[in-house]
Design a protein. Structure first.
Length: 175
């Protein structure tokens, strides 16, 4: 085999390996299908708020709902909370609701909310929130994770990672 042909062959093998790695990485972080029964289980759920108040998800059904899984120890989660606050303020008159589900310790969330109050409800999902997010299409349980439900209660959109203003503007059109 000539040196030129060997170089060409090695470059082809490297390109194939890079493509396979990129595909596996994308597959690991891309939202997966919502598990059968996950939407119904979500709407049947209840969470405790930071101060012990009950958050009944069935009461939120019938209007568009943006659910954000977050934690105080997650920098991208903390960075996107002001955007979600602004989205809630701007879109509540059109019927939108926002719910934060904290995958965290209640004491950490309470302390955080004293520094950055949110104008939408927060539920204490704890570490069980990771499993809930997985059932709603988050294969790795990564944070932040956002799910958009339509007024009829079905999942319309999901995003792994920090939301952008563009994401929120597109989702607002769904409601």
């Amino acid at each position: 085999m000539t040196p030129q042909r060997r170089t060409f062959l090695m470059a082809g093998v490297a390109a194939a390996a890079a493509a396979a790695g990129a595909w596996l990485s994308w597959r690991r972080i891309a939202p997966q299908p919502v598990l059968s029964g996950a939407e119904a289980a979500f709407w049947a759920g209840t969470f405790e708020g930071p101060n012990g108040e009950a958050l009944n998800l069935a009461a939120m059904r019938g209007r568009p709902l943006l659910v954000n899984f977050w934690a105080t120890w997650c920098p991208p989660c903390v960075e996107e909370l002001p955007l979600l606050n602004a989205f809630n303020t701007a879109n509540a008159p059109q019927g939108w609701q926002v719910l934060g589900l904290a995958v965290d310790q209640p004491s950490a969330v309470r302390g955080f909310l004293q520094k950055l109050p949110l104008n939408f409800p927060v539920g204490m999902a704890g570490f069980a929130g990771t499993e809930l997010s997985r059932s709603l299409g988050n294969p790795s349980g990564s944070l932040p994770y956002t799910v958009v439900f339509g007024a009829e209660g079905t999942v319309l959109h999901r995003k792994i990672g920090k939301v952008s203003e563009n994401d929120l503007a597109q989702w607002a059109q769904l409601g």
